[in-house]
Design a protein around this ligand. Structure first.
Ligand SMILES: NC(=O)c1ccc[n+]([C@@H]2O[C@H](COP(=O)([O-])OP(=O)(O)OC[C@H]3O[C@@H](n4cnc5c(N)ncnc54)[C@H](OP(=O)(O)O)[C@@H]3O)[C@@H](O)[C@H]2O)c1
Length: 484
């Protein structure tokens, strides 16, 4: 039987909580999936009563949710679970107030969700322990970014580990909560048709694109100290890469899946000063137009003196040195103010040895296209006969869709709903283990050190394009091109 859970959100008044966590919790409640969730206790620094917090939550939920999802009677039930406690992360007395509220109901499981500054994670955990608010069955959820390099990530992990053991620590990467990422397990390991071709003898290259059309949007100062490599590649892109490339796990248990993802990360060939110029591209958006609107360049937006040293776009060629993937480039790219918002994984199969067909200079290839955003779909791009009475047999591309209607109710949940539900149930499968995150940082740190050592330039690109031309050259040098 599932145990009752009290969820405490540190940063309960922040953007993430308002836009993602509370709406996801409301949806779980609406679908009857969070019966064991006893209370949701939001914390923030302002003085506020629980009633005032409920009013604010109602207003923001009504703005975020589709009107069809709003139900006053559901809200009444949901608001009864909501509480607010004023808490300044460094104030001992505030933790005593929180502890007193927690003790009132004595839920067997306390789930502490840290949706606030990562620099506070260690101190929050220590204070919780000092206030005797943590028991063996307590869990902690950590939001990204976990540090800005390996050393800072280790430091956070160590401080958290002094209070919570690894089995109770849930590191979020919301990409892992996407239906299509989980569907990758089903597609890869459920289909005897695909399993034999998922390797270097059949796959020519893999591409992972996470493209955003927005700029830094008021986060200029944070972003200027982070950049695209740390902000997106270290977590989302490497997590997706490790799932695409992992070996079949011994079981679907969290430990077995995470062991296999970890092996992939360990096999990533190091990018250092010897190969960084051939393997990576850094870009920064200039002014331009996105969706017909004129937009400013990054340097005009980022109020930070060292913004010139920050990339808003990165493309790179990763290689995985193991038997399955030797010789297969994994091209990764991500950036801001690109022509459109989408995230996609493309596995491009090798070409035929030669072509029999009149209109095919052997350029048309089979591809498996896994779309994560804005819609979540998987399609197999194949070729068949162009219909008609022409004398020569001609090919045309066709797409086989392997997913349900993306608008169907079964697919239309947010990644945070999945991840919150798993954290409530204590399932770590879709969360990152400490060694995964640290290994990813080690790989990223080497690239950053190589950029510094070689004074790697940042190439400007116009907003509304797909990044600098050097990114096109990255694949073109290998006689390949980005799938767009
Ligand atoms: N926003 C997103 O879409 C998003 C996505 C992925 C990850 N994240 C991560 O999630 C975390 C929160 O992001 P956010 O965008 O929600 O930030 P935010 O809007 O700035 O909110 C920060 C929250 O932390 C609280 N807080 C700040 N300093 C505090 C302190 N000293 N003691 C106690 N509480 C304190 C704030 O309380 P007050 O309101 O009372 O000041 C607020 O509730 C960050 O680690 C961020 O990187 C955010």
């Amino acid at each position: 039987m599932n145990q009752m859970v009290d969820l405490v959100i540190f940063g309960g008044t922040g953007d993430l909580s308002t836009r993602k966590l509370l709406p996801a919790l409301y949806q779980l409640h609406r679908h009857g999936l969070a019966a064991q969730l006893q209370r949701i206790i939001a914390t923030g620094r302002s003085e506020m009563s629980s009633d005032a917090f409920r009013e604010a939550a109602k207003t923001s939920l009504r703005q975020v949710l589709d009107p069809s999802q709003w139900d006053e009677s559901i809200w009444q039930g949901f608001q009864d679970c909501l509480y607010y406690v004023k808490l300044e992360a460094s104030n001992e007395t505030d933790y005593q107030q929180l502890k007193a509220l927690l003790d009132q109901a004595q839920a067997p499981v306390r789930l502490f969700y840290l949706a606030t500054l990562p620099s506070l994670y260690g101190s929050i955990c220590q204070h919780l322990q000092r206030a005797a608010a943590v028991s063996k069955s307590s869990r902690v959820v950590l939001e990204k970014p976990l540090g800005h390099d390996l050393a800072s990530c280790r430091s956070i992990n160590e401080q958290v580990a002094a209070v919570f053991n690894e089995d109770s620590t849930f590191r979020i990467d919301h990409y892992l909560g996407k239906e299509t990422v989980q569907n990758l397990f089903a597609v890869r390991f459920g289909n005897p048709l695909l399993h034999p071709v998922w390797k270097n003898s059949f796959i020519d290259n893999v591409q992972i694109t996470v493209a955003e059309d927005i700029g830094v949007e008021g986060r200029g100062s944070y972003y200027a100290q982070t950049g695209a490599l740390r902000d997106m590649v270290q977590n989302h892109l490497l997590q997706v890469l490790s799932i695409v490339a992992m070996e079949p796990p011994a079981s679907l248990n969290p430990a077995d899946i995470r062991d296999e993802k970890m092996k992939v990360l360990r096999c990533l060939e190091t990018i250092d000063a010897s190969n960084v110029k051939a393997r990576t591209v850094r870009g920064r958006y200039d002014a331009g137009a996105v969706g017909g609107q004129a937009v400013k360049g990054f340097l005009e937006e980022a109020e930070y003196k060292d913004a010139k040293a920050t990339e808003t776009f990165v493309a790179l060629k990763a290689t995985i040195n193991n038997w399955r993937w030797a010789g297969v480039p994994f091209y990764l790219r991500t950036g801001k103010r690109l022509s459109r918002r989408y995230s996609e994984i493309v596995l491009e199969f090798k070409k035929q040895p030669f072509s029999l067909f009149a209109n095919d200079p052997n350029e048309l290839t089979n591809k498996l296209v896994i779309r994560l955003q804005p819609d979540e779909t998987i399609s197999l791009h194949t070729l068949n006969k162009k219909p008609g009475l022409t004398r020569s047999l001609r090919l045309q591309p066709v797409e086989l869709h392997l997913t349900d209607d993306p608008n169907s109710e079964s697919q239309s949940y947010d990644a945070y709903e999945r991840l919150l539900l798993d954290a409530i149930n204590g399932d770590q499968t879709l969360f990152m283990r400490r060694d995964e995150v640290e290994t990813a940082w080690r790989w990223i740190d080497s690239i950053i050190a190589a950029w510094e050592e070689t004074a790697m330039p940042i190439t400007p690109y116009n907003s509304g394009t797909m990044g600098p031309s050097a990114a096109t050259a990255l694949t073109a040098r290998d006689n390949r091109s980005w799938y767009e």
